[in-house]
Ligand binder design. Structure first.
Ligand code: URA
Length: 294
């Protein structure tokens, strides 16, 4: 929430300089992804500005010529500016892609997510986008990193069995991707910065698939795709709404198969959610022969 009357710095900048709109929105996205959804100061502070020359190196006469910068703005770490640049770059790259093939190539050429340095492969997607049933998980693990495909390890095998239980399979009826396209070291949770660098690609991925139904696997996917911070136990089994190209897409959050491997007793909850997904697919006639997109 932003207090009324307080115009976020980057919106003000965007209005006075349209050329900055894209990077301003990217910076705002990054702030939201980082969890900063409330303005708490009356006066906006530009925390992204990086002095071109460090204050320690500024000549005294030059410093006094720009008192507003030299005296009131502390030296800021360069990382956030670099980060917002990377998000802006990711947004431009993703927006320029008109096919999934182009998007995959753009991701493979993008070096703005730190996770890529440690990863073996870029993990893009698997399955059949034509059916427009989109499944989004969290991030590749070890097996996925080696194979370059999502959900091929133990959790992936359970996911395949879960899908099979309602007549779905990845080769002919669903399309699977992740929020993160590179494996976080030791399968740790992705940082907000890592997720933010991948999100422009994910959003474009969703637009290009243009799904008629989405399934979000686990809390990380729900947080980053829907911006919802409630626990997975609260949201699972509840239909949510996501808008793509002006159309509402029903979204079902489900328990992560990796969690179900640890807590098999909760498979009954997953089964209920799978039944709800199957009923929706039937109601929307998504597996009817004519439903396949050209
Ligand atoms: N877990 C995920 O969320 N995604 C994968 O691709 C593999 C495991």
């Amino acid at each position: 929430m932003v207090k009324s009357g307080a115009i976020p710095y980057h919106f003000a900048m965007a209005q006075s300089n349209p050329a900055e709109t894209l990077s301003s929105l990217a910076a705002l996205c990054w702030l939201l992804e980082a969890g900063a959804d409330e303005a708490i100061g009356e006066t906006p502070a530009n925390r992204f500005r990086t002095p071109a020359v460090s204050p320690a190196m500024v000549q005294p006469e030059r410093a006094s010529a720009h008192p507003s910068i030299a005296q009131h703005e502390p030296a800021l770490p360069t990382q956030p500016a670099g980060q917002s640049d990377q998000i802006g770059h990711a947004m431009k790259l993703a927006a320029a892609c008109n096919t999934l093939v182009e998007l995959k190539a753009a991701l493979e050429g993008f070096d703005g997510c730190a996770l890529k340095q440690h990863a073996t492969r870029t993990v893009f997607a698997d399955g059949t986008p034509e059916r427009r049933i989109l499944i989004i998980g969290e991030a590749p693990g070890r097996e996925e990193d080696l194979a370059g495909l999502p959900f091929v390890g133990r959790a992936g095998k359970l996911l395949d069995r879960m899908l099979a239980s309602i007549g779905l399979d990845r080769k002919s009826s669903v399309y699977i991707t992740n929020v993160l396209n590179w494996r976080p070291p030791n399968n740790r949770d992705p940082t907000p910065e890592e997720a933010a660098a991948c999100l422009p690609f994910l959003r474009r991925h969703i637009e290009l698939v243009n799904p008629r139904l989405m399934v979000l696997i686990g809390a990380v996917a729900i947080r980053h795709v829907m911006g919802r911070r409630e626990g997975i136990m609260r949201l699972r089994g509840t239909w949510l709404e996501y808008y793509v190209n002006g159309h509402m897409i029903p979204v079902m959050p489900i328990l992560h198969p990796a969690y179900l491997l640890r807590r098999p007793a909760d498979k009954k909850l997953a089964w209920r959610d799978l039944q709800a997904i199957a009923a929706k697919i039937h109601a929307l006639q998504l597996l009817e022969p004519g439903a396949t997109r050209e």
